[in-house]
Write a protein that binds this ligand. Structure first.
Ligand SMILES: O=P(O)(O)OC[C@H](O)CO
Length: 456
């Protein structure tokens, strides 16, 4: 890949006595890098929404215009998570993660300090598109790190703990904005430059702590170190792959990966459909005040933290490392919570709030599991591209539809129509996760039968 991002060369193996301690130290160091790194990405992903009321008031933009500009982030992010995911699979995450974050922060600095950046919808669309593109460099670089430094049996827990970084980063934007308003004489543009400043600090931190593969630090592969090999593992999985190999050998013909990518589109339709429309639905139908809806919005995000951890833990311990069953269980419960949120009559705000928090608690588990599942369905040198494919479906199929299709449906068929779309999406996500589960069980059976034949 580009010179700067080239994967780090393998180094001579450290003496056996140093392997354990070096692995342990580096894993803590790298986890800090990807956790704070990804939280940093969310600081400059979601902050544009905070400036929107001021853009409407000061520049007279309509909600529709700003919605179009905002869609640029989802479109670019979905494409980039996939395409830059493939670049990331052939890149050193130490530089890749820091570069994406720095570029994203620079875009936000443009919004903060350059008046032309907010002078037209076209300018905002282009800048937000660029931001979405740089944002797509975050997840795959973190994914590459996790699959190289944690073995299959450990991954459920590590991915679920890492995954809450995005709730932490997303949740910090609000307080950071208040800090900016206080420190910079109520300048609303601080919504751009304050998080950008912190994101740049995080980028420097990641540059200092991140490393590439264990072999580039003189260590054995994680599979050898933990004696924990995936079903289809062979020595060729330690070799960096070409884009052609990744796409044609491991992606396009991987049926299970396609099933979970389609499931992800429906999961993201619910994730963003419920979240983005909550303030409007709650005020129009349930007569919530603005401050109450803001709290509901905040609680939805933060309820995702314990929910994600529980889901990852259950999938590791309860379902023995299988991802689809936990995903199906959580999506079935999401369906129940969506129905309560829909049918609860106005005047019972506690039930509405509880239903919304329950959806937040439950939906982020499947969001995380699908990413993790994708990492596991491809060899580790193709993991970023595999996760990127699910992101492509999640954002281009789910997030964009959550805004466009849901808005259009509610306009023409009322909120009942909108909730029918959400409920149908729950059903479709369960359907595609079930197809993945059936496919995976068949593969396991074939493998076991093959082993029995060999032993006979
Ligand atoms: O929507 P993304 O791509 O930022 O991913 C969020 C979570 O990390 C999914 O695992």
């Amino acid at each position: 890949m580009f010179g700067l991002f080239k994967p780090a060369m393998h180094r001579a193996r450290l003496p056996d006595g140093q392997v354990d301690s070096t692995y342990q130290r580096l894993r803590w160091q790298l986890f800090a890098g990807i956790f704070f790194g990804y939280a940093g990405y969310y600081l400059v992903r979601k902050n544009f929404s905070l400036a929107m009321p001021y853009l409407i008031e000061e520049y007279g933009y309509s909600r529709g215009d700003l919605g179009v500009a905002l869609a640029a982030v989802s479109i670019a992010y979905g494409l980039s998570k996939f395409l830059m995911g493939s670049v990331s699979d052939r890149s050193n995450p130490r530089y890749f993660l820091a570069a994406g974050l720095s570029m994203s922060a620079i875009v936000m600095l443009c919004f903060g300090f350059m008046p032309w950046a907010t002078s037209s919808i076209a300018a905002m669309f282009i800048l937000l598109f660029l931001n979405g593109w740089f944002q797509g460099m975050g997840w795959p670089a973190c994914g590459r790190t996790m699959v190289h430094w944690w073995s299959r049996k450990e991954r459920g827990e590590v991915v679920s703990v890492w995954n809450v970084a995005h709730n932490v980063g997303g949740g910090l934007i609000g307080p950071m904005f208040l800090l900016g308003l206080w420190a910079f004489n109520d300048d609303w543009r601080s919504a751009f430059y304050v998080p950008a400043f912190f994101a740049l600090l995080v980028a420097v931190f990641t540059l200092l702590v991140m490393r590439d593969t264990p072999q580039s630090c003189g260590l054995p592969s994680i599979e050898e170190h933990k004696d924990d090999y995936p079903d289809s593992y062979d020595a060729s999985h330690e070799k960096e792959m070409t884009a052609k190999e990744i796409f044609f050998k491991y992606l396009f013909n991987n049926k299970l990966l396609w099933f979970i990518a389609i499931a992800n589109a429906f999961v993201y339709l619910i994730r963003y459909g419920v979240l983005d429309w909550a303030p409007v639905y709650l005020s129009e139908v349930k007569h919530f005040t603005v401050d109450k809806s803001s709290w509901a919005y905040f609680l939805y995000e933060w309820a995702g933290i314990p929910g994600t951890l529980l889901c990852g833990w259950m999938s590791d311990k309860f379902f023995k490392g299988r991802r689809a069953p936990a995903g199906i269980l959580f999506m079935a419960l999401v369906t129940v919570a969506v129905l309560v949120y829909w049918f609860n009559p106005a005047g019972n705000p506690t039930v509405d709030m509880a239903a919304l928090v329950a959806i937040g608690f439950l939906i982020y588990g499947p969001v995380m599991l699908i990413g993790l599942y994708a990492l596991e369905l491809a060899p580790k040198k193709a993991a970023g591209t595999a996760a990127g494919l699910t992101g492509l479906f999640g954002y281009l199929g789910g997030a964009v539809a959550a805004n466009a299709i849901l808005g259009y449906t509610v306009d023409h068929f009322g909120w009942d129509g909108g909730f029918m779309v959400l409920t149908a999406s729950c059903g479709m996500s369960i359907f595609f996760l079930t197809l993945a589960l059936i496919g995976e069980s068949r593969l396991h059976r074939e493998k076991e039968a093959g082993q029995l034949e060999q032993n006979a």
